[in-house]
Design a protein around this ligand. Structure first.
Ligand code: UGA
Length: 432
């Protein structure tokens, strides 16, 4: 039985709340701080403001061990390890905005008793800069690798745990290692700069994998190959692996777009041109825009045509709209003069303000009503089971652009649809 710690968490966004709830689930007491009072009050009532499977259940189950506060003194009282989980959004220049991290560091005493454990994604060199300012504040870099939508499972079953610490912070690194010991045997103990880079490089590599398969998809379209078959064949090579080879409308969310940009900027700021990442970012931008030409191929000018978007969130099982492909796509379609209707099972309520002019509908079928074409943007599982025969009769033209290669193309074609995937030969009743 491992020793129990009282853990401090600062910033209860996605990473912070999952960290707090999961440490509580492991039996530790957790004191978690956020500066937004309404968020703290809601959490005290057991209410979660983000859509993340399992999170509300675990929050309620472990309520006894979880304390939410707006007071740093309460966090410092009785804790040794403070997990910094505040966000680091991109600035106008593309660098990571570290002002929230700085605000946390400024509040911490250099008493030798408290240590800062960095979970926020920060550029390499952040740990060193913090220790230059506060040399007696023990500092551990412990990057998080969880994915939205499966955050609890990812936290509880990590592929690896990365713990970076430099001289003078060993006790804190050991304490963090003890906290994670029940979760994984695969621990990387390293220095702070390397730990910081492991996080950025991992996200940049996954983003590269996605942009790579998207470019392969675009070439597949030219040569008549099917990218899903290509990815299947590639993924069986152990060195490549099958994950993150799904071609589609590109990556979105709060991490890949921001972190690829931040790594590119980090390199640029020290005089290194990270050419590959520039391409990864550009391919991702263009990928979202290819949909309009697929639609035009069938419909001619999109002016006055009605296009239905199925799914708006940047991926299923989340209500996160940050850098969602739907934002670019809707604006592009409107730019071409199209009327856009949309349905998303979770984000519908507040999507209106993010997608001006888009007509939100209460169901997928109602979004499809009278549409000249549909685009599947987010692969919510419920879209797999739509009644395609009914959809075909409701739509003006049964045309589907499957932006995630997710739907059963045989079923759609049988129902009378013309089907376009990403990187796959187009299909229709005539083409088979
Ligand atoms: C990502 C990483 O996967 C996590 O390991 C990391 O901890 C997190 O960023 C972070 O830095 O906080 P997340 O952004 O939640 O997690 O979501 P992913 O599942 O990685 O998906 C990112 C985007 O890539 C989505 O838009 C998704 O649709 C797209 N994607 C993913 C593809 O287009 N193809 C794929 O094969 C996989």
């Amino acid at each position: 039985m491992s020793e129990k710690e009282t853990v401090g968490v600062v910033g209860v966004g996605w990473v912070g709340l999952v960290t707090a709830v999961c440490f509580a689930e492991l039996g530790h007491k957790v004191v978690a701080l956020d500066i937004i009072e309404e968020k703290v009050s809601a959490l005290r009532r057991g209410e979660v403001t983000i859509h993340e499977p399992e999170l509300p259940k675990l929050l309620r189950k472990n309520a006894e061990r979880l304390e939410f506060t707006t007071s740093m003194d309460e966090v410092l009282d009785g804790t040794r390890l403070l997990f910094c989980c505040v966000d680091t959004p991109p600035t106008y220049s593309g660098d990571a905005d570290l002002s929230r991290v700085r605000a946390v560091v400024d509040r911490l005493p250099e008493d030798g008793h408290h240590a800062l454990v960095m979970k926020s994604t920060v550029p390499s060199g952040t740990g060193a800069a913090i220790r230059r300012d506060k040399p007696d504040l023990p500092y551990v870099s412990c990057p998080e690798f969880l994915k939205e939508g499966s955050a609890i499972d990812d936290f509880m079953h990590p592929d690896r745990v990365v713990i970076g610490a430099d001289e003078g912070s060993e006790w804190a690194a050991d304490a963090v290692a003890r906290l994670y010991a029940p979760l994984s045997d695969a621990t990387v103990r390293t220095d702070v700069a390397s730990a910081e880079m492991i996080k950025l490089a991992s996200n940049a590599f996954l983003a590269t994998k996605i942009s790579f398969i998207n470019e392969i998809a675009n070439v597949c379209e030219e040569v008549g190959a099917d990218v899903t078959e290509v990815a299947r064949g590639m993924g069986m090579d152990d060195r490549i692996g099958p994950k993150f080879l799904n071609a589609g409308l590109g990556f979105g969310g709060s991490c890949f777009p921001k972190d690829t940009q931040a790594l590119k900027m980090l390199a640029g700021n020290i005089g290194y041109h990270f050419q590959l990442l520039s391409s990864v970012i550009e391919v991702n931008e263009l990928q979202k825009r290819r949909v309009t030409s697929k639609l035009s191929k069938h419909l001619g000018s999109l002016d006055g045509k009605r296009v239905a978007l199925l799914g708006l969130a940047f991926k299923p099982d989340t209500d996160d709209m940050r850098e969602a492909s739907s934002l670019v796509l809707a604006a592009r379609l409107q730019g071409e003069g199209a009327e856009v209707t949309a349905f998303d099972p979770v984000v519908a309520a507040r999507a209106g303000e993010l997608l001006p002019g888009v007509q939100m509908r209460p169901s997928a079928m109602e979004a499809l009503d009278g549409a000249d074409a549909a685009v599947l943007v987010t692969e919510w599982p419920e879209f797999a089971d739509l009644d395609w025969s009914e959809a075909a009769t409701r739509m003006k033209t049964p045309l589907m652009v499957d932006g995630r290669n997710f739907l059963d193309d045989d079923a759609l074609v049988a129902a009378g649809f013309a089907y376009e995937g990403i990187g796959r030969p187009p299909r229709s009743a005539n083409s088979g």
